[in-house]
Write a protein that binds this ligand. Structure first.
Ligand code: ZN
Length: 215
């Protein structure tokens, strides 16, 4: 299986990527992880990426592409789920070329779709323990003692990122960045849009059914 997974913040993309990786035995390749890995291994492109990250700048396309290609080249027959890459049309085209070279094109591009209202509800309900990092949610995972972390009793907080204004900003950034990519993959006939409301298992089931004809 060779797929790209898209989904806005709060759509459960990371969770679905892990479950798909387990179910199909494909590598879960998250851009954040492979960038950190390349930086930690001090590879040539890793050091280049680090010089941008240290300045708080976006890592340029050609560096991200080089790191992603290196990773894809190393996983062989196993298949992959790309998460967070490609992020631009230039990256998408470079990915197509790299996969064409090795004769293993993408099978599908999965786009998790969730109403904005639901995303805001999910994201604004998040709480986190600043002491140990344990995540909570006011609907689905409340601490046993109101407002106190189960593990270390620190008072749980809402991240600045999960305040309503920051959420609508994150969602519009995502939308602006992703819509050209969705258009690109729609014109290639690879795009599958999956309603991502309901339980984690229901969503996984919908993705699996849609992938049946593709892989
Ligand atoms: Zn804690």
């Amino acid at each position: 299986m060779r797929i790209v997974l898209f989904g806005p913040p709060g759509a459960g993309k990371g969770t679905q990527a892990s479950l798909l990786s387990e179910k199909y035995g494909a590598a879960h390749i998250s851009t954040g992880d492979i960038l950190r890995e390349a930086v930690a291994n001090k590879t040539e492109v890793g050091l280049k990426a680090k010089s941008y990250m240290d300045k708080g700048e976006l890592v340029p396309d050609e560096v991200v592409i080089a790191i992603a290609k290196g990773k894809l080249g190393s996983i062989g027959e196993q298949g992959f789920i790309l998460d967070g890459f490609p992020r631009t049309i230039a990256q998408a085209k470079a990915l197509d070329e790299a996969l064409a070279e090795i004769g293993r094109p993408l099978d599908a591009v999965v786009n998790l779709q969730v109403d904005e209202e639901e995303l805001v509800r999910r994201l604004s309900g998040r709480r986190v323990c600043p002491g140990c990092g344990e995540p909570y949610h006011i609907d689905s995972k409340r601490p046993e003692i109101e407002g106190k972390c189960d593990r270390c009793s620190t008072e749980v907080v809402q991240r600045a990122d999960d305040q309503p204004e920051a959420i609508s900003n994150r969602l519009s950034v995502y939308e602006n960045q992703t819509s050209p990519l969705l258009g690109y993959y729609e014109s290639n006939g690879l795009l599958m849009s999956i309603p991502a409301a309901g339980s984690i298992e229901e969503i996984l089931g919908r993705i699996a059914v849609s992938l049946q004809s593709k892989i």
